[in-house]
Design a protein around this ligand. Structure first.
Ligand code: HEM
Length: 942
């Protein structure tokens, strides 16, 4: 028995080394002659030569900008044109977001809103959603008529346990390798680009490291089984899947999730970790929790059926990702003629909400070195821990050769415990809640959430800016005092010593710090939370901190979901696809399509390829544009990854926000900024960073994603038999490149193909990414019982509340949570005659949610205090900038209202004869409780 054991371990070591060996450059086949990739042009200004016509976007910040006067028709009874044969009517622009392309294509669609005050757009009602369409079917490799070889039919639990024991010694040898690396001082050096990638970007908690490292036992067991019994890759999943982990000696390597209890199911609030968001049957591992696996649209394509990255169809190595990146990707600026840069930024913001892949770490939680610090490959022995698949850089790489770099760090994503509790191929781990629940702001578990709270009046911790006192418009995220990452800029960049106060920000997801644009867009949500919590406290003085926090969080998540489905998704996947899948937001009423059988978890294809479409939209510079829409300056991305300093300067956050709204966005194409393809996470002074395109391609292989052709079929396109069959969705020059680089049309990687597809009309992405992204957002809607417009759930809003939520737009959030004074109503769309910059005080054009429907039944008159002279005031009157509780006798207009007392349309108060009243009570609001009192409550919108 012992002998059998020893032999098994030795054989396994040998095989594992073989499996790992594909990481080394010597195993890459000879690749096409070296001069196949012209040097990437880096000049940013390029206009498509085919037409010779400049894109017709309005680029106001480039010259001295004066707002274009928009000529609006005089209000008439009926002046909106038909759009696509449908009757349209004048509405606030955010209600026309899903129609925007059709509105632009139809003349005469700018209009004056009914009250004659605001500018709006003509558009039809939001179309009725298509009939129920099911998400992709769960792939089951054993369903596909795979016959097992007779010798594997007999594999039993004893054999599995033997393999698991062998796997344990494999684990020990892996840990020994990791220790040896540390002893040899082969580490990922702090401050290097690789360190920023592996440690700062791919942050991991001790808990995730523990789970992922212990789930490796199951992986190694299956690998051993496969090798011992020579199980064919296509059979391994069927064989291993017959065994439940809990029946093997590895029963305790994965956590057990408790069933949903009655109390949680009855709560109107989401749990912090998303448990019970999808009510699952008892005993079933819940879906969508942090530190659980991604699901798949297609069964994985691992070379060994377990974890080895995919090989070409003919068994050779696939082309190195950097070669693909060099050959297919260019740095050319082709601005969108209708979108703003915010499409990109919002995409990244919700990406951080939905997912954070766990990258492998060593047993003691440190980044795993995959290359030498000098950019060379490690020896075979040093790589034998098997957690690396470093990226080969061609010897004559036009960029990296200048720096003698041959090896790009790439640690594999960590394995996750499988949701089915069985043995099988590797699944990757998402560390965040999979749901669209603002976990990037609030955190994905109770511990992080608690660290971010003040536990006072429902608010989140902030860094309050000096001199601005109690004003959310200036608050920043609190500093992250637990990190040793330095988010300040060096003297070499700024000419001054790094200020001490500059820290990385602390949030639900640490990638908030990745760029200043990201900081700015998330800070708006932070401030909105605290603003909403304040107002709820004023409306409901009897609510305690917990209630205020949860109610504000529930509202914020609903606002974010509304923005996502109303403003963002129509741009990315197009209105038609949304209608087909039932994803269009409703104009009124509730949706009823929650289905507990729909798995809301993030698809591996979405995380590792499709939703990375946004990388093509990233501009190389981030612009600071002032209130007059004049560009003041820009910052170069390579100097500002994980540098927050710019956002500390008062006023800069506003300028970044205006930059996001003003700079035209990019198109999804094979054009990427060099800031990402040569300078990602560049270490200061080095001159080079990493290549995000190479990382994305390698990540797809690491996660076992099948080739692009398989996804064409999944998405309803015909399978390409030959390369020229791809001409249906690719430009000829891309097909030529693919044909040159790949030996089979089945080999093409999903990411590089997805970004190179011609966009679907009315959408930003091509048909394959469109179909994967649409399926994901269908799951996130239908598999979430807290989805904001659902009826009949414990967390459902009342119709009145829901109608207020529907008033949300990102432009309004910016207006209310920054010092930006004017903005276009559709933040995701470039400023234009249809989407002109409007005063933030124009509540008709940029409506504001009113929180009054959240006021609970009046708790009695005791909430009012009466001063000596009879002036009534509320003890909870504690508005932005002022606490009017003390100077009652000398109240004047400026003191008893909001800071914006003298501005038009503001819900301000004024005083007369000792009574403080609303300055200007609009029609229909005369009955509000705040009349004739100082500030019983402050309606959110008047
Ligand atoms: C300056 C902007 C951005 C930077 C620096 C950046 C950087 C990165 C990096 C380094 C990765 C990990 C690559 C790897 O697998 O090793 C990544 C992953 C990803 N990025 Fe971006 N990205 C940016 C913008 C965006 C945008 C705009 C989107 C979407 C619209 C996006 C979506 C994603 C997704 C979905 C992933 C996978 C995340 C995960 O697995 O945890 N990114 N990005």
């Amino acid at each position: 028995m012992v002998l059998r054991w020893l032999i098994a371990v030795l054989v396994m070591e040998l095989l594992f080394a073989l499996a790992s060996s594909q990481k080394r450059p010597s195993h890459y086949p000879d690749h096409p002659p070296l001069k196949q990739y012209p040097e990437r042009p880096i000049t940013p200004d390029y206009y498509p030569p085919a037409t010779g016509v400049k894109p017709n976007y309005h680029n106001p910040y480039a010259s001295s900008y004066k707002p274009v006067p928009v000529e609006y028709p005089t209000p008439q009874k009926k002046y909106c044109p038909n759009i696509g044969g449908l009757e349209s009517r004048c509405r606030p622009a955010k209600d026309c977001a899903v129609w925007y392309d059709a509105v632009r294509a139809t003349p005469g669609t700018a209009c004056i809103l009914g009250n004659g005050k605001g500018h709006g757009l003509c558009c039809p009602d939001i179309p009725i959603n298509g009939r129920y369409q099911a998400p992709f079917k769960k792939p089951n490799p054993c369903d596909e008529g795979i016959a097992l070889d007779p010798h594997v039919e007999h594999i039993d639990l004893v054999a599995v346990n033997e393999a698991a024991l062998a796997g344990q010694s494999q684990m020990e040898s892996m840990i020994a390798t990791e220790k040896r690396l540390t002893q040899k001082n082969i580490v990922v050096r702090k401050g290097s680009g690789s360190f920023t990638h592996s440690w700062v970007f791919f942050h991991s908690t001790a808990d995730s490291v523990k789970i992922s490292n212990s789930s490796l036992y199951g992986v190694f067991a299956v690998m051993q089984l496969s090798r011992r019994y020579r199980i064919k890759p296509e059979q391994i999943e069927c064989v291993a899947n017959r065994f439940r982990l809990r029946d093997t000696i590895l029963f305790d390597t994965c956590p057990i999730h408790p069933n949903c209890d009655e109390r949680t199911l009855a709560s109107p609030f989401r749990t912090m970790n998303g448990s019970c968001n999808n009510a699952h049957p008892p005993g079933h591992t819940p879906w969508g929790l942090p530190k659980t696996q991604y699901q798949r649209a297609l069964a994985p394509a691992y070379a060994d059926g377990v974890w080895m990255p995919r090989l070409a169809k003919d068994g050779s190595q696939l082309p190195p990702p950097r070669l693909l990146s060099l050959s297919v990707i260019r740095d050319i600026d082709v601005p969108s003629d209708s979108d703003s840069t915010f499409v990109m930024q919002y995409g990244q913001f919700i990406d951080h909400d939905m997912l954070e892949t766990m990258e492998s770490k060593s047993a003691d939680g440190l980044p795993v070195p995959c290359c030498t610090d000098e950019g060379n490959f490690l020896s075979e022995e040093d790589l034998s821990h098997g957690k690396c698949i470093p990226i080969e850089i061609p010897k004559d790489d036009p960029f990296y050769s200048k720096f003698r770099q041959r090896c790009m760090q790439f640690a594999r994503s960590a394995p996750s415990c499988r949701t089915d509790g069985r043995l099988g191929h590797v699944e990757q781990m998402n560390q965040n809640t999979h749901f669209l629940d603002l976990s990037g702001l609030y955190g994905s578990d109770d511990k992080v959430a608690a660290e971010l709270r003040t536990f006072e009046k429902g608010t989140l911790k902030v860094l309050r800016r000096p001199r601005h006192g109690y004003h959310h418009g200036m608050d920043l995220h609190p500093p992250d005092n637990d990190t040793d990452v330095d988010c300040a800029l060096s003297r070499a960049v700024t000419g001054i010593d790094p200020p001490e106060e500059v820290k990385c920000f602390r949030a639900g997801d640490n990638r908030i710090n990745v760029t200043p644009y990201m900081v700015a867009s998330q800070t708006v949500f932070l401030r909105e939370h605290n603003g909403v919590a304040d107002l709820l406290a004023t409306l409901n003085p009897h609510w305690d901190d917990e209630r205020l926090y949860q109610e504000a969080r529930r509202i914020l998540i609903a606002q974010m979901q509304h923005i996502t489905y109303n403003e963002f998704l129509p741009i990315v996947i197009g209105r038609a696809k949304m209608q087909q899948l039932g994803l269009l937001p409703l104009q009124h009423g509730f949706s009823r399509d929650y289905d507990e059988n729909v798995n809301p978890s993030i698809l591996n294809e979405f995380a590792a390829a499709a939703f990375r479409f946004g990388h093509s939209l990233v501009p190389g510079r981030q612009d600071l544009i002032n209130q007059r829409r004049v560009k003041e300056r820009d910052i170069l991305l390579r100097q500002h990854f994980f540098k927050t300093q710019e956002t500390y300067t008062p006023g800069n956050l506003d300028k970044f926000l205006i930059g996001l709204a003003t700079v035209p966005g990019q198109r999804v194409d094979n054009f990427f900024t060099e800031e990402l393809t040569n300078h990602l996470f560049e270490e200061e002074g080095k001159g080079f960073g990493m290549d995000l395109v190479s990382l994305n391609i390698q990540r797809g292989r690491d996660h076992g994603l099948p080739g692009y052709n398989a996804y064409r079929v999944l998405c309803g396109l015909p399978r390409a038999e030959e390369f020229h069959d791809l001409l249906d969705v690719f430009p000829p020059r891309i097909v030529e490149k693919f044909e040159f680089l790949y030996s089979s049309v089945d080999d093409i990687d999903l990411f590089i193909a997805g970004v190179s597809e011609r966009p679907v009309p009315g959408a930003l992405v091509g048909p394959t990414f469109q179909c994967i992204i649409a399926d994901q957002f269908l799951r996130l809607k239908r598999g979430d019982r807290f989805f904001y417009d659902l009826i009949g759930q414990t967390g459902s809003f009342t119709e009145e509340q829901l109608n207020e939520i529907r008033k949300t737009s990102y432009s309004r959030l910016v207006c209310d949570n920054s010092h930006v004074k004017s903005i276009q109503p559709l933040f995701f769309k470039a400023e234009s005659e249809l989407n002109p910059v409007m005063d933030c005080e124009s509540f008709e054009s940029i409506p504001r949610m009113n929180l009054y429907p959240w006021k609970e039944a009046d708790t009695g008159a005791s909430v009012w205090n009466t001063a000596e002279d009879g002036v009534k005031w509320s003890p909870n009157c504690d508005f932005e900038g002022y606490n009017i509780g003390s100077p009652l006798r000398v109240i004047d207009g400026g003191q008893c209202g909001r800071k914006c007392i003298d501005t038009r349309g503001c819900n301000a108060f004024w005083s007369k004869d000792g009574w403080c009243s609303l300055k200007d009570i609009p029609k229909g609001l005369r009955e509000t409780k705040s009349e004739n009192s100082i500030c019983g409550f402050l309606p959110w919108q008047l």
